[in-house]
Ligand binder design. Structure first.
Ligand SMILES: Nc1nc2c(ncn2[C@@H]2O[C@H](COP(=O)(O)OP(=O)(O)OP(=O)(O)O)[C@@H](O)[C@H]2O)c(=O)[nH]1
Ligand SMILES: [Mg+2]
Length: 230
């Protein structure tokens, strides 16, 4: 077929390839402590953010599966680290890591502190960590807890060890103009943390409308398959 309509633009081809890759996500394992995580060397992409920000929903949207990562109206639903494998079935090439959300007031203080320590340890020291997707509810913007998390990983981002993509989730809850304003505000809030050389992406995202989904898939695919994406 040579009709121009059928010939995919390069960006579409990249999105299709990236989505085909994320659609292959499958559950691998659950961990409640870092020493239960797989010992392998596969690059990990961690989804972090406040409880209820939409981490599990984003993973489900990327995987095109409704219930792969459990999504819930009940904040604090994801209480363990859930891992999903990507890539060929017999040769996984990356892991998606769904981390428990932070900032949920009803979690008992001891448990909260324990999780904060686990998360900080993971984000600062996990060698396999290749990228972080920080999800922020667009109606709230980055909160103090988000900024603390960013400060934890900023040195690794600046050093080029870890990539960072910030998603303003639930973009469907705002009108176009308000969403653009939120984007500009988030950009301004992130700029000082980023540093000049940091590779930080920022995008609007909506799980139900799939806004930003192609972009996210292309980002993640690029992190893992840089040479192929250019
Ligand atoms: N309108 C809208 N609702 C969303 C979106 N993403 C998530 N939600 C809803 O927000 C709620 C929380 O979503 P989850 O994906 O469970 O959030 P989470 O960040 O995994 O939450 P924890 O596991 O508690 O940390 C659910 O009711 C979702 O349906 C979105 O893009 N748009
Ligand atoms: Mg969750």
């Amino acid at each position: 077929m040579t009709s121009p309509r059928r010939r995919a633009a390069p960006a579409d081809a990249a999105a299709r390839r990236a989505l085909a890759w994320t659609h292959g996500a499958r559950f691998l394992t659950t961990a409640s402590r870092l020493d239960e995580l797989p010992a392998g060397e596969l690059p990990e992409i961690a989804f972090v953010g406040r409880s209820n920000a939409g981490k599990s929903s984003a993973i489900n949207a990327l995987a095109q599966q409704r219930q792969l990562a459990f999504a819930s109206r009940t904040p604090g639903r994801t209480q363990h680290i859930n891992l999903f494998a990507l890539g060929p079935r017999d040769a996984a090439d990356a892991l998606l890591v769904d981390l428990p959300g932070y900032g949920y007031a009803a979690v008992e203080r001891g448990a909260k502190l324990r999780w904060q320590a686990v998360m900080a340890d993971y984000l600062q020291h996990r060698r396999a960590l290749a990228g972080v997707v920080l999800l922020v509810d667009i109606r709230h913007g980055p909160t103090e807890l988000d900024e603390r998390l960013l400060a934890l990983i900023a040195p690794r981002v600046r050093a080029g060890q870890v990539r960072l993509l910030v998603l303003l989730t639930k973009a469907d809850k705002l009108g176009r103009r308000q969403a653009q304003e939120a984007l500009a505000n988030a950009q301004a809030a992130l700029a000082p943390l980023a540093g000049e050389s940091a590779d930080i992406g920022l995008a609007l995202f909506s799980a139900p409308s799939r806004q930003g989904l192609d972009d996210v898939a292309v980002h993640l695919h690029g992190w893992v398959h840089e040479a192929a994406v250019s």
